[in-house]
Ligand binder design. Structure first.
Ligand code: NCD
Ligand code: ZN
Length: 350
């Protein structure tokens, strides 16, 4: 009989992929990330993207102002790459720790990526500089060619863009963000984890594309890269359950107002901050791999980013936790979280 674990204490985790947005939404969502995580890597795809040091400093102070002082939470910032990004900007930003990494959004690939990169050749000098200074490149890995089937865009990205990029810049540190496929797992595993690692989200671990169409269309399971099939889901679950250090926690929590999720054209993104950590624990338990929970949540990420591992710990207990149904934003708007109103098996000990 396997031992039944009812309580687990781990080093406080970090979330290496977080969208906090700005203004009213920022104020409402920040506490959820602050409660569970010590540090979070903040994505720069605001309506007006964070493309330079000045904007980043300003945005970071807004985040800290919005934060409840109860949590000692550290936002780590990223720079949004455009064809106009100057290597000098990254050099200064990285040396002063204004930026921890830079994010490559292929043009029009996801939320607020209209000024993303159409062709890697536009940013060759930037990539040369990043390789030289050891600044990580974070990639939304999907091809943007509309002729490529949406379910194949991540695999094609590896073949057509990532592999040539890595051949050209073998010492560039890269994170392939929110991987979704079996091919990605296999590709990442073959690499040196110091140079290529990947984040995995709770929703890609818990769901596959069938769930997105279960009983009708489920806008709250729509994100990019879109959920893939069951085989892919299993490959992701096995990847984290194997304790492999290439993989670490990046929830891709991405709040959108309800009215924008259920619009004629609904936005991509899943707001999972209220439950992300509890979802990961649940999956690790289902996979009988709780012994690797801490390395995935708290160690592999800092190792990749050359940062100290957190000193604090948190304790998770096996007791039912109901996810909040909605968050009010202003008078008339709400945000609905991932698994709203559902019960999870684990909660955090206060
Ligand atoms: C993210 C967002 O809304 O900012 N959406 C998503 O579906 N994941 C952007 C992203 O990470 O692609
Ligand atoms: Zn994201």
């Amino acid at each position: 009989m396997p031992e039944i674990i009812r309580k687990i204490t781990i080093i406080k985790p970090d979330d290496w992929h977080v969208h906090l947005r700005d203004n009213e939404i920022l104020k409402k969502v920040i506490h959820y990330t602050g409660k569970f995580y010590n540090r979070a890597l903040i994505m720069p795809n605001l309506d007006s993207p964070i493309t330079n040091c000045f904007k980043s400093i300003h945005y970071r102070s807004k985040i800290l102002n919005a934060m409840n002082l109860k949590y000692k939470f550290q936002p780590l910032m990223t720079c949004y790459l455009t064809r106009f990004t100057m290597p000098e900007e990254l050099k200064i930003g990285f040396s002063k720790k204004i930026f921890i990494a830079a994010k490559l959004y292929p043009n029009d690939s996801t939320t607020n990526s209209k000024t993303g990169i159409k062709d890697i050749s536009y940013i060759i000098r930037v990539l040369e500089c990043m390789e030289q200074i050891g600044m990580p490149l974070l990639i939304h890995g999907e091809e943007i060619d509309q002729n490529i089937d949406i379910y194949d865009r991540e695999a094609k990205f590896i073949e057509n863009t990532l592999e040539p990029l890595r051949n050209k810049f073998p010492k560039l540190k890269i994170v392939l963000e929110h991987i979704t496929t079996k091919e990605s797992v296999e590709y990442i595993k073959k690499s040196d984890p110091y140079y290529l690692s990947a984040t995995i989200t709770p929703h890609h671990l818990m769901h596959n594309r069938n769930d997105m169409f279960f009983g009708g269309i489920q806008p709250y399971l729509y994100c990019l890269p879109v959920l893939k099939n069951k085989t892919d889901q299993i490959a992701l679950r096995e990847a984290i359950a194997s304790g492999d250090r290439h993989f670490f926690l990046g929830s891709d929590t991405a709040p959108h107002l309800h009215k924008n999720k259920i619009n004629i054209v609904g936005r991509a993104g899943i707001f999972n901050a209220p439950s992300s950590l509890l979802c990961y624990v649940q999956v690790f338990e289902e996979m009988n791999a709780l012994k690797y929970l801490q390395s995935f949540c708290s160690e592999n990420g800092p190792k990749f980013y050359n940062m100290p591992i957190n000193k604090k710990t948190i304790t998770l207990v096996k007791s039912s936790y109901r996810v909040i149904k909605k968050i009010n934003v202003g008078k008339n708007n709400i945000i609905v979280p991932f698994l709203a109103g559902k019960n999870l098996n684990w909660s955090i000990e206060d």
